[in-house]
Design a protein around this ligand. Structure first.
Ligand SMILES: Nc1nc2c(c(=O)[nH]1)N[C@H]1C(S)=C(S)[C@@H](COP(=O)(O)O)O[C@H]1N2
Ligand SMILES: [Mo]
Length: 472
């Protein structure tokens, strides 16, 4: 028997609307020109606009693609005008640097390996045996610290939300060309290590010290310059209690890709500050001006300008996607009725004071309950809200406010910058509420065989597995 559940709600998942692109004037006309052909050929303009959170290159316009160059160049490509067209080079970057699967937002700790990754060059091959990190520069007592030395020191464990500064990059129009993050550059492990502060104090930081530089074992070429990945912190930041040298996540030694055997963790800052594969810690008497400090991780509006440095995480929140996904579009399907929506919120400025949720594409908002999932200060806060889901298309959205009073803006373009850094616009998640959806979770083999009009009918076998569903 074949069950066709819905023949009425044939509405294509959307193309990009003006509201979403945030473009107006010439930029918008250019964008529309490139997308007009595909839009016309596909479907009539939909009521709802496209999902910012996952993007959907399959439904985007054919357009010229600013590809990643074929040979190394001293400059990174200019921001890409056709914002939803991604080059092969970017796919390769995205596979190497995967994001967190959003379903894990339900959990207080991201399972090992589900955390996002950002690896600029290659993962260095390091051994714990004989490993040590060199602490030198403007200190009275230069020293080398082995893992055993470090493990004999004060032990701390903290649950920390880590987020790449490139978060939301691909929600901008035009968008910067690097790892093409939407909203998945996130993770939350429990890190084990020792406070950096005591180590610096014992080494005797000299009076003229202004910054501490952290150098990784990895190296490569960016902006035409070969360098090791290295970043500095102002002394005051390096001395904060929560800044740690970490050798474990979720109770086990670091995975190679997460910084084995030792990394820095700087809880309130975007991820680039948490230098992995530590080779050296150098106390400096002048500001560090390396590539990843003075050229990259800057909020630039105009090519060539210095721009403000990227530092603390901006207030941000996400929705744990409800229901079940459509495989290709990641559009959500949900049965009608009461449902508790949930998600998480965090900020580098401190506590989350408020999360509001919209179920009508940001037209109206209700306040969610805040549910702490960890006693740790640097962990995300969970939010929950009850919703009575009625049949039809809905766009869910959430926006957080932090204790500094900063609130997420609906339009990510308000955060536009050339490098696509710190883009924390409100997330929107498309949900199609449909009678009968979800029944594939009942009998085995699945009873529901066709949901969307136009789908090929699929036979339901007569044989039933009566034991399915009895196990854990
Ligand atoms: N040595 C080194 N440290 C690094 C990086 C790197 O490429 N090399 N990437 C940084 C960036 S930009 C981020 S967002 C985080 C990512 O950490 P993760 O891959 O463990 O999630 O590591 C930071 N530390
Ligand atoms: Mo990052």
């Amino acid at each position: 028997m074949t069950s066709v559940i819905d023949r009425t709600a044939a509405r294509p998942a959307a193309t990009t609307s003006a509201a979403e692109t945030g473009l107006s004037g010439p930029g918008r006309r250019r964008f529309l020109a490139t997308s007009a052909a595909a839009t016309a050929a596909a479907f009539a303009a939909p009521k709802v606009s496209a999902q910012l959170t996952t993007g959907n290159p399959l439904q985007q316009a054919p357009a010229n693609c600013t590809t990643v160059p074929d040979t190394p160049t001293p400059v990174r490509p200019d921001p890409q005008d056709a914002s939803r067209v991604f080059s092969a080079g970017e796919s390769v970057l995205a596979f190497r640097n995967h994001g967190m699967q959003a379903e894990f937002l339900r959990e207080a700790l991201t399972p090992l390996g589900a955390h996002y990754l950002l690896i600029h060059f290659d993962v260095p091959q390091l051994s714990a045996q004989g490993y040590s990190v060199a602490l030198d520069g403007r200190v009275r007592n230069p020293t080398r610290l082995s893992l055993d030395d470090l493990k004999r020191r004060t032990l701390i464990q903290q649950v920390v939300t880590l987020e790449c500064a490139g978060t939301g990059r691909s929600t901008l129009h035009p968008r910067a060309v690097y790892v093409p993050w939407f909203k998945e550059a996130l993770g939350q492990y429990q890190w084990t290590g020792t406070p950096l502060r005591q180590i610096l104090e014992q080494a005797g930081v000299l009076d003229d010290a202004v910054e501490v530089l952290f150098t990784g074992w990895d190296s490569g070429v960016d902006l035409g310059v070969e360098h090791a990945f290295e970043r500095s912190l102002p002394i005051k930041e390096a001395l904060r209690d929560e800044v740690m040298l970490a050798w474990e996540h979720n109770g086990v030694p670091l995975l190679p890709q997460h910084g084995f055997p030792l990394r820095l963790v700087v809880p309130s800052w975007y991820g680039m500050a948490s230098v992995k594969w530590l080779r050296a810690i150098t106390v400096l008497n002048q500001p560090f001006r390396g590539v990843q400090q003075s050229k990259v991780y800057r909020y630039q509006q105009v090519k060539g300008e210095a721009g403000e440095p990227v530092t603390f995480k901006r207030v941000h929140s996400l929705i744990t996607p409800p229901g079940v996904p459509d495989l290709i579009t990641r559009h959500r399907f949900l049965a009608p009725g009461p449902v508790t929506l949930q998600g998480v919120a965090w900020s580098g400025a401190g506590r989350i004071t408020r999360v509001e949720v919209s179920t009508d594409d940001t037209a109206t908002w209700r306040e969610a309950r805040l549910v702490p999932v960890s006693g740790d200060r640097f962990a995300w806060t969970q939010w929950q809200i009850d919703w009575s889901a009625s049949a039809g298309e809905h766009i869910l959205a959430c926006r957080a406010t932090d204790e500094a009073g900063d609130v997420q803006l609906v339009n990510p373009e308000n955060r536009w910058n050339r490098q696509g850094m710190g883009v924390n616009g409100v997330q929107r998640v498309h949900v199609r509420v449909l009678e009968g959806i979800g029944s594939a979770r009942g009998p085995v083999p699945s009873a529901a065989r066709v949901v969307v009009p136009g789908a090929d009918p699929v036979e339901v076998p007569q044989t039933v597995n009566a034991l399915a569903g009895r196990g854990s």
